[in-house]
Design a binder for this molecule. Structure first.
Ligand code: DGL
Length: 259
């Protein structure tokens, strides 16, 4: 029996944020077919309970597996922190790749010693980030800054509007002049890199897109499940808010250049 998404790579996020990871993955793996699912009807995840995020991630991944995907990318730091291990335990034969705040590359960069980490409350609270911090953060000054409202605001588009700057000023304005680098620890935030730079200054920024795409490429290669070079890559967008406008927003974000 063939299924609708046999041989696809499934990728999901609470909404449009994971499209920043999709950009990197599609660029690195031009022969792959991707099914992107944004849970925009339920975004943001960053203010929900761990149990809720687990249940939701479980439902999304089970559905993707039933549709035939060959690998899953959790293109969401929050869902990775809350649910990746559980999903891997549940589906031991399925490659499940998660994302994490890029604190390691930031800490290894020669020019950074005062690192601002922007992420959701859930990401910063859970063990995954705590462990990263213990491994890479202790010899630096790290400012973990929860950014409630930011992913939700990005979901609404119109990224250069004054209220975006007001929100960023409130969240990270106090670190201007203190932070010499920023870790974008939520997959929504690369879409407002320029706006963040206007508020915090022209500092080095680190996101997780490239690293995740590299890891995905490595995993499917090791497993011998990469698409043949003769296959033309493609992307299908789905959303829990499955309206034409919403799917247009996903495509617009996909086409947006993240500088
Ligand atoms: N994009 C998500 C992340 O990477 C979550 C944002 C949210 O839904 O709060 O954490």
């Amino acid at each position: 029996m063939t299924r609708e998404f046999d041989g696809y790579i499934g990728m999901f996020d609470s909404g449009v944020g994971g499209v920043s990871v999709l950009q990197a993955a599609a660029a690195r793996l031009p022969h792959e077919k991707f099914l992107y699912y944004g849970d925009s009807a339920n975004a943001p995840y960053g203010e929900k309970s761990r149990a809720w995020i687990r249940d939701r991630s479980d439902a999304i991944v089970s559905n993707m597996l039933a549709l035939g995907v060959k690998a899953v990318v959790i293109a969401c730091n929050t869902a990775t922190s809350a649910a990746a291990q559980m999903l891997r335990d549940e589906h031991p034969n399925m490659p499940i790749i998660g994302v994490e705040p890029a604190l390691k590359p930031a800490a290894l960069s020669a020019d950074t010693s005062n690192i601002l980490v922007m992420a959701t409350r859930v990401t910063l609270r859970l063990e995954k980030f705590q462990k990263l911090y213990r491994t890479w953060g202790v010899k630096r000054t790290v400012y973990p800054v929860p950014c409630p409202g930011l992913a939700d605001r990005i979901e609404k588009g119109n990224l250069d509007a004054p209220d975006m700057y007001d929100l960023l000023e409130k969240l990270i304005g106090p670190y201007r002049g203190k932070a010499d680098s920023v870790v974008l620890g939520c997959t929504h935030y690369p879409f407002v890199k320029e706006q963040i730079a206007r508020v915090i200054g022209d500092v080095e920024m680190f996101d997780s897109g490239e690293g995740t795409a590299r890891q995905l490429a490595r995993r499917i290669d090791e497993l011998g499940i990469s698409a043949p070079a003769s296959q033309m890559g493609s992307i299908v967008f789905r959303s829990s808010r499955n309206t034409p406008d919403e799917l247009d927003l996903y495509r617009t974000f996909f086409d947006m250049k993240i500088s």
